[in-house]
Design a protein around this ligand. Structure first.
Ligand SMILES: [Zn+2]
Length: 153
């Protein structure tokens, strides 16, 4: 997807369907954006960006590896449930790659390291702006619905 932020919001919205735990939802938001760290070279070297984007962190296996590492760290230092953290992190991270399959022309090695075959099915690519607007609207609705109703008088 063209917008990294949208990946984070999509994961946040999906995880919010299952939990109201703010820490887990924050983890979903962050983990949903993390695969695009391999595109950070965009800010200083366009050739490096084209070389590494979708190559370093978009393989779903990283969602499992990083999910396990984060689950152990967050359990040790913040006493968060490691199974829940693992599930939320891994899902959010991997869902980013799945979303990219359908919303970009940039292939992803979905089964690396077992296979280097690259996949892409960009039939939603032309709708990226609409998807972003819908996700922003749904995120706004999510926050509005969660606000406690208070009476002014
Ligand atoms: Zn991506």
């Amino acid at each position: 997807m063209a917008f990294t932020l949208i990946h984070g919001l999509i994961s946040f919205l999906i995880v919010s369907r299952f939990t109201k735990n703010e820490k887990l939802r924050l983890i979903a938001f962050i983990a949903g954006m993390l695969p695009d760290l391999d595109g950070i070279a965009l800010f200083w070297d366009i050739n490096l960006y084209y070389e590494f984007h979708h190559e370093l962190f978009h393989a779903p296996v990283y969602g499992i590896i990083f999910g396990a590492i984060f689950a152990l760290i967050l359990n040790k230092y913040f006493k968060l449930d490691k199974i829940k953290v693992f599930l939320v992190f891994s899902f959010s991270f991997i869902f980013h790659s799945i979303t990219d399959l359908f919303t970009t022309f940039w292939p992803v090695k979905m089964f690396w390291p077992f296979s280097s075959e690259q996949f892409v099915f960009p039939f939603l690519q032309e709708f990226n702006l609409w998807i972003a607007l819908i996700v922003f609207a749904l995120t706004g609705m999510q926050f509005c619905l969660e606000q406690p109703i208070t009476k002014d008088q």
